[in-house]
Write a protein that binds this ligand. Structure first.
Ligand code: PSV
Ligand code: MN
Length: 429
């Protein structure tokens, strides 16, 4: 194993914090035991929880308008893996990376898998990219990819997705995430029904190439870059497409891909009800697909999503096994710090959802005791679970205080001396 940070550095920062942590953990343990909850059992479940990080999240993505790169940013998949390994080493909750192609293309994927393993990482879902033209590409995606009116363009998009599956097999992935930017900016630009027909026909060709144990995760998005309509605009279109494609097709919920104020936790419950909940892209938003850090705007919504996921765990349907991934874009922070912060927020919401007194909640729901049902959630949400997470992390070799340990490591400063500078530019990723 070739971990990027020294174990001594983590041990040194932990030594400064461990007494306070033990005190806080003991106190929270006593509080929880008064409600019949064993803190060690919760810690055990938290220790088994994980969320993948996106390879593209290791860079400062920027907005449609500008990018403000920082010194020491990664410029290729090897450097991105190193940064993801830092996140995993400190947080112990992000052991897998979700790669994106062709952004992360290399000539030898077996070697890349080994490189990741030596950094303590594996690979999660592979993401295809038919929302952007590549240099020298034969057919442009400017008016669509899997739903293009041009047969040769659709075929090119199908082949790219099949190539992603092939790469994913070599990396040890078992999921292909498909998000297409296909859609329109003008009323009348395309026929809604026929563009969906074309999408379904092309997606079926990708589906047919899935290995037996693979899933195809369909990611819906209401708008952007198409601002009038998109082909897979919402969870309704997504589940209909997934049902038509077959059992290996599932829906992926990116928290930023809905209209403002949509009840995403209910969407989660609906998709689960029909055995079609395949995965998540966690991030947060105030207006649209802002791709902000998880829990930075609406942590309560994130908690409510996890509340549904814990309900689903207890009542699994059709092999409930969603892939949890972060998908965010950092414009003003160090991406490593943002992903550490998001991983913490996501695990916190999972831990809080585990603390919900399910019996009390279900009894109140059955009795139509609205206030007590609400209070069952509120009581769990207001508990500070930070000591549980920190204890689980420390016991797994991670840092009690991930941000302080990261800053103490001087990682970015050191990388600024080694890595070449990232160019200016624009573009949401
Ligand atoms: C699209 O907005 C998206 O959420 C998809 O998951 C893409 O793969 C990702 O962002 C990166 O562009
Ligand atoms: Mn996404």
């Amino acid at each position: 194993m070739n971990l990027p940070l020294s174990a001594e550095l983590i041990a040194e920062t932990n030594a400064r914090e461990v007494a306070a942590l033990e005190d806080d953990y003991g106190s929270l343990g006593r509080k929880l035991s008064r409600s019949g909850i064993d803190i060690d059992a919760i810690k055990h479940r938290v220790a088994n929880f994980s969320v993948a990080v996106p390879s593209w999240g290791a860079g400062r993505g920027g907005t449609r308008f500008a990018k403000f790169p920082i010194a020491g940013e990664p410029t290729n998949i090897h450097e991105k893996l190193e940064d993801c390994a830092v996140i995993q080493q400190l947080s112990r909750v992000t052991p897998r990376v979700s790669p994106h192609f062709p952004w992360d293309k290399v000539s030898d994927y077996a070697a890349l898998r080994e490189e990741a393993a030596s950094l303590g990482l594996g690979f999660d879902a592979v993401n295809s990219n038919t929302f952007q033209d590549q240099p020298g590409q034969a057919h442009s995606y400017s008016t669509g990819s899997l739903s293009s009116t041009v047969e040769a363009t659709r075929q090119q998009a199908v082949e790219h997705n099949i190539e992603c599956i092939e790469i994913g097999r070599q990396l040890g992935s078992t999921d292909l995430t498909v998000w297409v930017g296909d859609g329109t900016n003008f009323p009348g630009q395309q026929d809604f029904a026929r563009s969906l027909d074309r999408y379904l026909d092309a997606a079926a060709q990708v589906y047919a190439a899935l290995p037996g144990d693979w899933r195809m995760l369909l990611e819906h998005k209401m708008f952007e870059p198409a601002f009038y309509s998109t082909v897979i605009s919402d969870w309704g279109s997504s589940i209909l497409a997934a049902q038509e494609l077959g059992p290996k097709a599932k829906c992926l919920v990116d928290l930023g891909h809905h209209a403002p104020n949509v009840n995403i936790e209910q969407i989660v419950a609906r998709l689960h009800r029909f055995g079609k909940l395949g995965g998540f892209h966690f991030n947060d938003s105030k207006y649209g697909d802002d791709d902000l850090d998880s829990g930075s705007i609406n942590p309560h919504q994130l908690f409510l999503v996890f509340n549904e996921l814990v309900e689903a765990e207890l009542n699994p349907r059709d092999g409930f096994n969603p892939s949890y991934m972060i998908d965010q874009s950092h414009n003003v922070t160090d991406p490593i710090e943002s992903m550490l912060s998001s991983a913490e927020a996501i695990s916190q919401c999972y831990a809080k959802a585990l603390l919900v007194d399910r019996q009390a909640l279900h009894a109140a729901q059955e009795a139509n005791d609205t206030m007590m049902a609400f209070q069952a959630l509120r009581r769990a949400y207001t508990i500070d679970v930070a000591p549980i997470l920190a204890m689980a992390r420390m016991e797994a070799g991670g840092a009690i205080d991930v941000l302080t340990a990261y800053r103490d490591s001087q990682w970015r400063v050191r990388k600024a001396q080694e890595r070449k500078a990232v160019g200016l530019g624009a573009g949401i990723v």
